[in-house]
Design a protein around this ligand. Structure first.
Ligand code: FAD
Length: 498
């Protein structure tokens, strides 16, 4: 019997659905540690740790089936391996172009579809053909129908409704942490120790230039850990996932979030399996429908949506800058220097990125993204920051989330209006404002909340560009009621220079 070509896996393709299906079970597995890929950009230290530990964990799990090659570049690694390999579609335009070139040169024998997402690229192309507007809700409902998730035998959605967002937007309770069991937490092992020593050495030799602190590992590495993390979430936290999804508490970085983006984006968990297991919890009565639907929506809806839009919108989408935002990210932001920040909500979110490479969705969208939007940070630079400073950041996640949703830099292709909000929103949805030096009701003076004043200055600066958007009519009309608008704008222009 002839030996099938080896399977080359990237660092985000580490689960059994990538390497141990019947099609691949007999293949040798190749992992290439490329110095160029690690050293090129300023990744969070904990992100480098997770990727490095993930590759070593897989090599250890696969034993003699796996081979790790250290090389300057992926091409060098393949040359050293010396035999053509097969590879799954990678997760970025740059990697896709590289893999195609390697295919033309005969180093890659075949490029296979990725099992990291549920819907294939062909099926998405067929779905999107002829559509002029991209509406996540339409996509999500079709995903539910196509894969038969939370559907009744008559084809109607379970519970009679497709969407439980309304039940899932409650402010936080009046306490410092959510009353939910703690998330799964890893125990570091020998691999972590070795990785830490190697990364320390690479840092001191100047081959990597990470940001953020090297904290204890917070997220799952390897398939076994990923499954433990998933089980803990399903058994103890899914039931409370829904109601406070949009809330923030200063002392509770995890709230009731799944903390599964790392194992999902590293390819450790099969997303359809995750969803089916969550659905079982609704069917067996252990989790309410609103929570299960909210969770399914995130993975079957949002995660799939941003992946497909990445490919559909293409590399030029990243160049959009409709609001002409050109301010550079300040040094304190790039360096994750949270202690420089006075506003409590922004300080907490940035400290989360510094300490864990993680902030939850509302901190990303309504604090970090909202601040960047108000200050007019350059969307491409911001995209790069999100992609490198977060442990779950990958190129495919960025365009729809950062350029589209968070920065409205595409002028409304992905989101129907900018996610700009003032301090009143943050005050309603968090416990930050009570202990903050700023006052969310004030827009002028020393105590003027940068989000409240920044919101009005943002609207004023972009009024012409936003006027054609019916959803912005009411907020823009609000500008006319401000007697002190000139003063607010001058104050915020000064603050934008910092
Ligand atoms: P939960 O809130 O518990 O959600 C469950 C899962 O749903 C997540 O693990 C994730 O896989 C998926 N999901 C939910 N929303 C999205 C979304 N909008 N896009 C993609 N997947 C989604 N997600 C990343 O995976 N990597 C990123 O780098 C990233 N950057 C973001 C930047 C901005 C500005 C914004 C607004 C969102 C970003 N997101 C990103 C989406 C979302 O914030 C994270 O997936 C989520 O916070 C991860 O934490 P969790 O696993 O606890 O998620």
């Amino acid at each position: 019997m002839t030996t099938p070509p080896a399977l080359w896996l990237f660092g985000d393709q580490l689960g059994p659905h990538f390497h141990s299906t019947p099609e691949h079970r007999d293949r040798e597995v190749l992992l290439i540690r490329s110095t160029a890929a690690f050293g090129r950009r300023r990744f969070h230290r904990q992100k480098l740790h997770l990727i490095e530990a993930g590759m070593r964990r897989l090599a250890a799990d696969l034993g003699s089936r796996a081979r790790i090659i250290d090389a300057a570049t992926y091409t060098d690694g393949l040359r050293r391996f010396g035999k053509p390999v097969v590879v799954h579609e990678p997760g970025s335009h740059a990697a896709e172009a590289l893999v195609r070139r390697l295919h033309e040169r005969g180093l890659v024998a075949d490029i296979l579809p990725t099992p990291g997402f549920i819907l294939s690229k062909q099926d998405f192309s067929a779905w999107v053909a002829g559509r002029h507007r991209y509406v996540m809700e339409d996509f999500y409902r079709d995903q539910r129908r196509r894969f038969g998730i939370l559907l009744e035998p008559d084809g109607e959605p379970s519970g009679g409704k497709w969407n439980y967002d309304h039940d899932n937007r409650r402010p936080p309770p009046a306490r410092s942490t959510l009353p939910v069991p703690a998330p799964w937490h890893p125990k570091e092992n020998e691999i972590d120790k070795q990785v830490r020593v190697d990364l320390d050495r690479a840092e001191s030799e100047g081959t990597i230039h990470p940001v953020g602190v090297d904290g204890p590992r917070q997220f799952a590495v390897g398939h076994a850990e990923a499954h433990r993390a998933l089980r803990r979430f399903l058994d103890h936290r899914l039931a409370t996932f829904g109601p406070h999804q949009d809330a923030m508490l200063h002392a509770d970085w995890a709230m009731s979030h799944a903390l599964l983006s790392v194992p999902l984006n590293h390819g450790l968990l099969d997303p359809l399996d995750v969803i089916r297991k969550a659905e079982e919890r609704y069917r067996d009565g252990t989790a309410p429908l609103a929570s299960v639907e909210g969770f399914v929506r995130q993975i079957l809806g949002w995660r799939e949506w941003v992946w497909h839009l990445y490919w559909h919108l293409g590399p030029d989408y990243l160049k959009h800058n409709r609001l002409r935002a050109r301010n550079k990210l300040p040094a304190w932001w790039r360096e994750l220097d949270a202690d420089m920040v006075e506003a409590a909500c922004l300080r907490t979110a940035l400290a989360g990125v510094r300490d864990r490479g993680y902030a939850h969705h509302i901190e990303r969208l309504m604090v970090l993204g909202n601040h960047a939007l108000q200050r007019g940070y350059d969307p491409a630079e911001l995209t790069d920051w999100f992609a490198t400073a977060f442990v779950d950041g990958f190129p495919w996640v960025m365009p729809a989330n950062v350029i589209g949703m968070s920065q409205y830099a595409d002028g409304g292709i992905v989101a129907t209006k900018p996610y700009a909000a003032g301090g009143a929103y943050i005050n309603r949805m968090s416990d930050h404002c009570g202990g903050c030096v700023f006052d969310p009701r004030k827009r002028i003076g020393e105590k003027a909340c940068p989000f409240t004043a920044g919101y009005w200055a943002f609207l004023d600066r972009n009024a012409e560009l936003l006027r054609g958007n019916p959803r912005m009519r009411q907020p823009l009309n609000g500008l006319n009621r401000l007697s002190d608008l000139g003063e607010v704008v001058a104050q915020e222009n000064d603050r934008r220079r910092v």
